[in-house]
Design a protein around this ligand. Structure first.
Ligand SMILES: Cc1cc2nc3c(=O)[nH]c(=O)nc-3n(C[C@H](O)[C@H](O)[C@H](O)COP(=O)(O)O)c2cc1C
Length: 195
């Protein structure tokens, strides 16, 4: 069974932009689908144009496509539960926060600004017919060592990007989650003040 956008579309309490309702995080990536240079560059360009405090742009990316040594290394640094499905993605992008400026002064909005850029990337991906699944379960210390990152460069997330495959191709232990309903807390729970 291939999952369609209709199956996964958010049931929103109020109308929102289609791309935001349709975006979801699959695990059933097509392990034969490849990303072209242009596709991957377009996604990174979307991330580049995200806003950031004082336009400091405290984000860096390591982008690796399936079949490369870098991709293989990143898969090995994911939490055990993320490896079986993330290995099927067309590309993995490590999101890195620049946590201090060149004088060593801590940069307070680094993770916020990085996250915003990856939100842009994910929306761009869905606009291009691709899917994204962000991952926090990985070993940031291993990543920093492997890619020889300075202390101010902190790996925060890994973003799996690819195309959807039939759910039956996914490791059985993930199949139920792949078709489960999508839920969110209510706006009443989220909005503390609405004046
Ligand atoms: C920062 C971050 C870290 C995440 N880490 C993981 C992870 O380690 N493993 C995983 O399977 N999903 C992970 N997710 C995906 C979330 O579980 C998913 O976005 C959430 O359940 C909502 O589902 P949806 O994106 O399909 O609406 C992560 C998402 C984000 C934004």
């Amino acid at each position: 069974m291939t999952i369609t956008a209709d199956d996964r579309r958010a049931v929103t309490a109020h109308p929102i932009a289609g791309v935001l309702a349709d975006r979801w995080s699959p695990r059933s990536f097509d392990s034969t689908a490849e990303l072209t240079d242009q596709q991957l560059t377009t996604l990174l360009e979307a991330a580049r144009w995200a806003p950031s405090a004082a336009n400091f742009q405290p984000r860096r990316f390591i982008a690796a496509r399936r079949g490369t040594a870098e991709f293989h290394a990143i898969v090995g640094m994911l939490a055990e539960g993320n490896q079986p499905w993330a290995v099927r993605a067309s590309a993995l992008v490590i999101g890195i926060a620049v946590t201090a400026d060149s004088d060593g002064k801590p940069y307070r909005w680094a993770e916020y600004d990085l996250g915003q850029s990856l939100a842009h990337l994910s929306v761009q991906a869905h606009t291009e017919g691709l899917h994204v699944h962000q991952i926090g379960g990985f070993d940031p210390i291993a990543v920093a060592q492997h890619f020889e990152l300075d202390d101010s460069l902190v790996p925060v997330s890994v973003t799996a990007i690819g195309s959807i495959a039939d759910v039956s191709e996914l490791d059985e232990r993930y199949q139920a989650r792949e078709v489960a309903g999508r839920e969110r807390a209510s706006l009443d729970d989220l909005v503390l003040v609405f004046a």
